[in-house]
Design a protein around this ligand. Structure first.
Ligand code: FAD
Length: 424
C-alpha cells in the first residue's frame, strides 16, 4: 500500500471526471487530486464527435435533475468547453408540421466539434488541469476499490492508492466495473431501462433539416426519439461491447470536405417492469441475436427492401438504384428477424412520421442499421443530492445513470465535487 494519500481520486477523464476535477481544484486550489484513466485519451463522446447540448433536459437524467439546478450548472460547463453555438433556422415551420401528427421537436442550443478536432479540446482541458496541480495518470486501469470507515482506495497494478474521497466516473463501457463495485460494497442499484433502435443513413439532401438544425431532437409517440444525428462528413461505426458489436455514428468537423451523408439513431426507450431481470441483460440478448443472424456483425437493410418485406442482399447494395454505398458495410439482411416486433412497429411508425415532417428519409435507398442500443441503467441508490453512494464514494456520469451526454456528464461532475467539498 502506498503511504501517500490524496484528497480526491477520480476514475475516468471523460466529461464527468473532468467536470468534477475543475470544480474541485477551482474551489479549493490546495486539494491533492489524482485522475486515472485506462485509456490514453478518454473514450466517450468527448473524443467521438463531441456534439454538445446546452438545453435541459437533453443529456440529463431527469430523475435526478431539476431544470433550474441543471441550468445554473450548464453555464459553468459552457465556460470550460467554450462552445461555438450553431444557428437554428425555420424551427417553427418544422415544429408546426410535427405538432399536427403528435410529434414534438425540441429546440436545443448546440455545438459540434467533430472527431478530427476533439483531441485538441481534450488536450487543452487536461493541460489546464495539470497546470492547476491535478495529477493525471493515463493508460492506467483501476482494477478494484476498497473502502473503510476512515478513507477509500483504488487498486492499480496490485497497489492500493488511498484517498479521502473517490469519484467514480467510468462511462457506459464501465458498466460491469461499476456493477462489480456496487455488488462488493452492497450498494443497491436498479437496472430497468434500455434504449433499442436503428441507425438510419441517407443522403443529406433527403434529410435537409440538418442544414437548419444540426442534431434535431424529435420526440414521437411510444417513447421513440431521434438521437445523435451526424452530417457533413458523417460515418456509421461499430462499437464493440463484450463479444458483439453495436452500431453508433459520428461526424468530422466542418473543416472536412464532407461525404454529404447523414446518419441518425431512432431509439425506443423501454422501461422494464416486474419481474425485471436487467435492462443490460436484455440489451446483451438482443445484441447477440442480431450479431448471430449477421454472422458475427450487425445487420443492414435498405428501406426499399424492408417495405417490400424482403431481406437485403449484396445486390441491394449496388450503385444502380441504390445510389450510395454504406459507410459501415455490415451484413445485408432482414431486420425483421432480429428486432422484436413491437419495437420494430413503433420505430417504423416513427419513421413514417419523420418522413411526413422531413420528406425524403423513407427513400428506398436509406439504410437501416441494427442494433443501436444504449444501456444507461445501472443506477445506484444515491444517499444525497451529490451522487454519494457510500461513506466516501460518489458515482457519476453515463455509467451511473446521472447523465446521457457530454454536458449532463460534466454537470454531474460539478455536483459530486460540491458534495465532496462540503464533506472534507
Ligand atoms: C461513439 C460515441 C459518440 C458519442 N457522441 C456523443 C456526442 O456527440 N455528444 C454527446 O453529448 N454524447 C455523445 N456520446 C455519449 C457520451 O460519450 C457520454 O454521454 C459521455 O461521454 C459520458 O461521460 P462520462 O464521463 O460518464 O463517461 P466517458 O466519457 O465514457 O468516460 C469514462 C472514462 O472512464 C475510463 N474508465 C472506465 N473504466 C475505467 C477503469 N476501471 N479504470 C480507469 N479508467 C476507466 C474510460 O477509459 C473513459 O475514458 C457518444 C458516445 C459514443 C460511444
Amino acid at each position: 500500500m502506498s503511504a501517500e494519500i490524496h484528497d480526491v481520486t477520480i476514475i475516468g477523464t471523460g466529461p464527468a471526471g473532468l467536470g468534477a476535477a475543475y470544480e474541485l481544484i477551482e474551489a479549493r486550489p490546495s486539494l491533492k487530486i489524482l485522475m486515472v484513466d485506462k485509456g490514453r485519451i478518454c473514450s466517450g463522446g468527448l473524443r467521438n464527435d463531441c456534439k454538445q447540448n446546452y438545453t435541459y433536459p437533453i443529456g440529463f437524467a431527469e430523475d435526478y435533475w431539476r431544470k433550474n439546478q441543471a441550468e445554473e450548472i450548464l453555464d459553468k460547463v459552457e465556460n470550460h468547453l467554450r462552445p461555438e453555438i450553431l444557428p437554428a433556422n425555420h424551427l417553427e415551420t418544422y415544429q408546426r408540421r410535427a405538432a399536427r401528427i403528435d410529434v414534438n421537436i425540441f429546440a436545443v442550443r448546440q455545438a459540434h466539434v467533430g472527431t478530427d478536432q476533439s483531441k485538441k479540446l481534450i488536450h487543452r482541458l487536461l493541460a489546464r488541469l495539470e497546470e492547476l496541480g491535478v495529477v493525471i495518470r493515463l493508460g492506467t486501469e483501476v482494477a478494484d476499490l476498497r473502502e473503510t470507515d476512515g478513507d477509500a482506495a483504488v487498486v492499480i497494478d496490485g497497489e492500493e492508492i488511498r484517498a479521502r474521497k473517490l469519484i467514480v466516473a467510468p462511462g457506459r463501457k464501465g458498466f460491469s466495473f461499476l456493477q462489480g463495485i456496487m455488488k462488493k460494497l452492497a450498494i443497491s442499484y436498479v437496472d430497468n431501462i434500455v434504449d433499442v433502435g436503428v441507425r438510419l443513413e441517407t443522403r443529406q439532401e433527403r434529410y435537409p433539416i440538418v442544414a437548419d438544425y444540426y442534431d434535431p431532437k424529435i420526440y414521437f409517440p411510444d417513447n421513440v426519439r431521434t438521437f445523435c444525428t451526424n452530417s457533413g462528413h458523417a460515418l456509421v461505426i461499430l462499437e464493440k461491447y463484450q463479444d458483439f458489436y453495436l452500431i453508433n455514428g459520428h461526424a468530422l468537423s466542418k473543416r472536412q470536405t464532407g461525404n454529404h451523408l447523414v446518419n441518425l439513431a431512432l431509439l425506443k426507450t423501454i422501461h422494464l417492469k416486474d419481474p425485471v431481470r436487467s435492462g443490460q441483460q436484455m440489451a446483451v440478448y438482443l445484441g447477440r441475436l442480431a450479431n448471430e443472424i449477421g454472422g458475427g456483425q450487425p445487420l443492414m437493410q435498405r428501406v426499399g427492401d424492408f417495405r417490400m418485406g424482403k431481406r437485403s442482399n449484396e445486390k441491394t447494395f449496388n450503385r444502380d438504384l441504390y445510389d450510395f454505398p454504406p459507410t459501415c458495410p455490415v451484413t445485408a439482411g432482414d431486420l425483421g428477424l432480429a428486432v422484436p416486433a413491437r419495437i420494430m412497429r413503433h420505430l417504423w411508425t416513427a419513421m413514417k412520421k419523420l418522413d411526413t415532417i422531413v420528406p425524403g428519409i423513407l427513400h428506398p435507398s436509406t439504410i437501416m442499421y441494427y442494433p443501436e442500443i444504449k444501456m444507461y441503467a445501472n443506477k445506484p441508490v444515491f444517499l444525497d443530492d451529490y451522487f454519494r453512494v457510500s461513506r466516501h464514494l460518489y458515482m457519476i456520469g453515463d455509467g451511473a445513470g446521472t447523465s446521457r451526454g457530454i454536458t449532463g456528464a460534466w454537470a454531474s461532475g460539478i455536483r459530486a465535487a460540491r458534495g465532496v467539498i462540503r464533506a472534507i
